[in-house]
Design a protein around this ligand. Sequence first.
Ligand code: RIB
Ligand code: CA
Length: 328
Amino acid sequence: MTDRRKVIFDTDIGDDDAIALTACLLSENIEIIGITTVHGNLPIEYVNDNALRMVSFFKKDIRVYQGCRQPLVRHLNKGREKTTLMQTVKKVVAGRLVRIHAETLPLPEAVSKIEKTHAVSFIVDTLRNTTEKIDICAVGPLTNIGAALTLDKDIIKNIGTIYIMGGGLYMGNRTPVGEANFYDDPEAAEIVLTSGADILVCPLESCEQSATYTREDLDIIRALNNPAADFIYNVLDGYIKRGMVLFGGNDECCAYDYAAVAPLLDPGVNIEVRKDIAHVDFSGGMADGQLVIDRRNFGVWKANASIIYQQSSQKVHDLLLNLLRKYK
Ligand code: RIB
Ligand code: CA
């Protein structure tokens, strides 16, 4: 048995997910034992294809399992989309649909195919039968993880830590207070955060503080001059350009999901982490999907999730550069 931590990587693989997955695939500290796809950034077929392209490109014998193509229940209430001020994440420009996330990653076609086993079945069966704890990187809506915990709550005894990109401390992105992953499936997020599993959440502000990439950062990555670095450069370059088309703003982007998984690869990147009483609003109103942290000190309720309040931007950036530098 190797001492590499075993990891299930759950993703709606868009651009920042691709940065996170690359770092995990290149790290010698962990072993990804399966990739599970979920709705979110893109329709599930695109997510499947992007995940398969990545394992083919990095020549990894890792199986990809299709997960839930829609949230647990939020879509049943048609009014929920109309109860808040939504961010535009796609629009037609010059007759072409532009999404914030690339529908197809800049990689050659995949050589492997999606598994027949459903992602939620894979998660439950793997966690039921493992002889060692397994970590989960959850960087999309939490639908698959929420469904797995609903099927069999006991699997938490074999979960090490669930590393989650989600929530906003002071503001959202998809809505004024809702961050995309939590907003896209609030019920699943609440199930996961209150499951009793060991949870480490990296909210928007912490990701933006540690994993924002500027043109200067991209030039440093490109100078590494190897296929993995070129891929990361191309992903971030496209992410920046599409962000400017959709949102305007600066010539930079944030690799949210990479910030969330960085502590798995190097716990030293975290500066401030606090275990809080954390919930997700699923009432379907203006605050739908909001991360709600109870900072009152009543002592009545138990803290249930660790929140990353600050990471070292230098260490987060250096971690990725060092992994890319070693790529052969
Ligand atoms: O809000 C950022 C999150 O939503 C990231 O996981 C990004 O990939 C999108 O899924
Ligand atoms: Ca994501």
